[in-house]
Design a binder for this molecule. Structure first.
Ligand code: ZN
Length: 487
């Protein structure tokens, strides 16, 4: 505990408190102050390497966004969660986050005993869904990988009215009325049977049990100004192929049963995603990208495309940008939307340096196993956040793990880009092991896969560029390589 207290001095919570402390003391909320302080400490309990990167104001009044990352080589994680001035809500969130982190670390410890070399991944991000009643739904998406093969996805929702501190439950929307519940349950069943991404995977017994009229069945939900969105866990109502089923019921359909204050309001903008903003910005940000800074390349010059995935990273990406600049090399960065949201400035620096911006999904799931809706969200939300951060559109897409199928292809117009040289930087984390692999495999037109989240990759890059340059290679973006699009 001594250690934790020391650490807390430099943490974000001090900054937050310096702003709110006067308000809290004058309003006599001394208890709130104390309980919030304890939460900050608990969030750090599990991870010695844990760093709260920052806490920033969100565009929603009374809601802050905290991010916490660990660069531990065995159990890295990137977690983002909402915080408010209400301790009950904050505690609910931190209890969930701590539970997920603890399970993750325990599972990884179990693998450690097998002596296998592997790296886990834990990613928690969230979306904010405002409603005109003043209630906010926070949809937390947890992606976890604790073995090489499969990841798990979990969606949990939290609710808060930042003004009152109240948190709505599903039954509050429907006056806690049993007849209303039966109608809602039926509508949800109908929606499952009508949803083209889900219906073919439905498990009848699962549907019967998980949509029967019981409030607990529907307690993972979000309320937007247009719709009620209900989230089901994987393997409940549908087979695993359907992922985590999500259904959306327009509020008009609930008009007869939903409480007056929760009814739809046509004039409010769509709150389910940030799409409204991006479309408004689209035209303003339209640039003739693609042919900017394109250097004519003679056909006898060998070309190679360096690609960096999974960033941006506040330290490593910058180091890589510096090295690329030294060689006047252009590269392509396949960014994760969830990380661009944390580090928009780094994404912007990548664009300013003239590199190509690539989309690598929001949260790095295996899209070949995801529903079409999930695929679209993963790709589109990432394109949106990249454009918001950099003022430029992502021009290419690389599916996580290179995993894609016709479904994935059908959900985006972006060219799908894979690679032909895998440096295995993610596996070895050894700056000396990149160059030998490249020497053995590189050829004219190669697309080299690296990750701008590992220090060892930045450390090995200089030698790679020196070698390739001495071999007569020019460094181009993937769009400048011919025949690079996955067929
Ligand atoms: Zn990746």
């Amino acid at each position: 505990m001594k250690h934790l207290h020391k650490k807390r001095r430099t943490s974000w919570i001090d900054i937050v408190f310096s702003v709110v402390i006067i308000t809290l003391i004058t309003s006599g909320s001394y208890l709130l102050f104390f309980s919030s302080e304890n939460e900050a400490a608990t969030l750090k309990e599990n991870g010695k390497h844990s760093t709260v990167v920052d806490t920033i104001d969100s565009k929603y009044p009374g809601i802050k966004i905290s991010t916490e990352t660990s660069n531990d080589s065995f159990t890295p994680y990137a977690i983002q969660y909402p915080q408010s001035l209400h301790s009950t809500f904050n505690k609910e969130i931190s209890t969930y986050i701590n539970k997920v982190k603890k399970t993750y670390i325990t599972e990884m410890e179990a693998y450690k005993e097998t002596g296998e070399k592997l790296e886990g991944e834990l990613n928690i991000s969230f979306q904010t869904v405002p409603h005109h009643s003043g209630n906010y739904s926070f949809v937390l998406l947890t992606n976890k990988y604790t073995s090489g093969a499969n990841g798990t996805t979990e969606i949990r929702t939290f609710h808060l009215n930042p003004e009152t501190g109240n948190s709505i439950l599903i039954q509050d929307l429907f006056d806690n009325d049993a007849t209303n519940l039966e109608i809602v349950s039926q509508l949800i069943q109908d929606e499952l049977h009508a949803n083209k991404d889900i219906k073919k995977f439905l498990i009848p017994e699962g549907v019967a049990s998980y949509t029967k009229p019981s409030w607990e069945n529907f307690n993972h939900f979000a309320l937007s100004n247009q719709a009620l969105i209900v989230y089901f866990d994987k393997y409940t109502v549908a087979a695993g192929a359907a992922g985590t089923p999500i259904i959306t019921i327009p509020l008009e359909k609930l008009d007869a049963v939903i409480g007056d204050s929760f009814k739809g309001e046509e004039t409010k903008s769509n709150a389910q995603s940030n799409d409204d903003e991006s479309s408004a910005n689209n035209e303003a940000l339209e640039e003739n990208q693609g042919d900017t800074e394109k250097t004519p390349i003679a056909s006898n010059i060998k070309k190679v495309a360096l690609t960096f995935d999974d960033g941006p990273h506040p330290k490593v990406t910058r180091q890589i940008l510096d090295i690329l600049k030294k060689y006047d090399a252009k590269a392509t960065f396949f960014m994760l939307g969830s990380r661009v949201e944390y580090y928009p400035d780094i994404a912007s620096e990548v664009k300013e340096a003239g590199h190509e911006l690539g989309n690598h999904s929001w949260n790095h799931p295996d899209l070949s196993k995801a529903s079409n809706e999930r695929i679209r969200n993963e790709i589109n939300n990432t394109s949106t956040v990249i454009e918001q951060a950099t003022g430029q559109k992502a021009t290419v897409f690389r599916p996580p793990y290179g995993a894609f199928n016709d479904n994935v292809r059908a959900q985006t117009n972006l060219p799908i880009i894979l690679w032909d040289v895998d440096t295995l930087d993610w596996k070895y984390r050894d700056s000396n092991r990149l160059l030998p692999i490249i020497k053995n495999n590189v050829k004219d037109g190669s697309n080299i896969l690296m990750h701008d989240i590992h220090q060892s990759t930045a450390d090995g890059l200089d030698a790679i560029l020196t070698y390739l340059k001495s071999e007569g290679y020019t460094f181009v973006t993937v769009s400048e390589l011919d025949d690079n699009i996955a067929k």
